[in-house]
Design a binder for this molecule. Sequence first.
Ligand SMILES: *Cc1c(COP(=O)(O)O)cnc(C)c1O
Length: 412
Amino acid sequence: MTPIQLELAHGAHNYAPLPVMVSHGEGAWVWDDEGHRYLDFLAGYSALNFGHRHPALVEAARRQLERITLTSRAFHHDLLGPFCAELAALAGKEMVLPMNTGAEAVETALKAARRWGYEVKGVPRDQATVIVMEGNFHGRTISIVSFSDDETARSGYGPYTPGFRTVPYGDVAALADAVDDSTVAVLLEPVQGEAGVILPPEGYLTDVRHLCDARGLLMIADEIQSGLGRTGRTFACDHEGVTPDVYVLGKALGGGIVPLSAVVADRDVLGVFTPGSHGSTFGGNPLAVAVGREVVRLLATGEPQCLAAGHEAALRSGLAALVGHGVEAVRVRGSWAGVDLEPALGSGRQLCEALASRGVLAKDTHGSSIRVSPPLVISDADLAWGLEQLAASVDALLQGRVSPGPPPPDFP
Ligand SMILES: *Cc1c(COP(=O)(O)O)cnc(C)c1O
């Protein structure tokens, strides 16, 4: 059987991948096992901000493989302290709690907020509520899908975790109305990635910051996808000069090599954790942290952020030309774009299939929208080429030259 047949036979079908089999990657490009190359316009949902196998990151991992890879947190290791100090400095905060996946870091931030609510704010025990946004994506654990409004992600997993209240994204008046004495925190994405790169209205993050200050709430920014350079700044919150109380980081923090996530906040928040009250076998392991330190070092130079900022104009002009010609709307921030195809033309999936046939890999988000998030190390020429392929793919859908085509085996 081929690897894909084995995957279909023995792997759970919780994804519907494009029928492209990646076996090698370098920078902004990946190759399949027959030697065809594809430009990566997804970058692992921003986990590959620094591209495939960035030499400095690979070298950091290689060096650490020769030293020690896992200690557990039962003992100290020599990289954890420096990593925490350096990441905290990058974020302008005091403390770091390392975990592995994004969802774990979100759960950690929610635990911190609840505990902070009881111990610092004085909310009656087990009464805390957290306000979340419509259209959110924060991961896949039961508590997180409990407050998702994406039925595909949520359905069938009840009973759901209580303690969350949902308000429309971008509406500070609705947010203010939802706050009561039980509210401990507001959890939001400063740009909603999975929802389709949705940018909040100008001034929204500032208004949320003021509301949180006025009502004594923690502002928790899930920057797992938006942070670490993607938008042209270190954090998407930087675009409004807003500092949340809590940053939740993941994806690119592991340099595309290892899972590494973190909650970053001041001592008054992360200080609520005491030995045994939270933990993770792999969180903060030496291998992950060695890569994470190199990621922080790269970001501290400001270069990845500059690269992302430099892509914005090319994305804007390349995509603006499509609006009214098969594309309904585009949203761009830094090296990140949401593209809404006219629904009559086809689904985001069909557009991604057309793109893949032209050598560009991208991923649909919802319905007829796709996301463009290339590795920040992509060259200007490659970015321009990828955008040409996108225009050609939209045009092919417009001309009706792309038939829906057979779906990949065994997927609806
Ligand atoms: C990807 C993502 C997560 C979940 O991260 P995992 O590592 O997949 O658990 C959470 N929040 C946002 C904004 C994300 O984009």
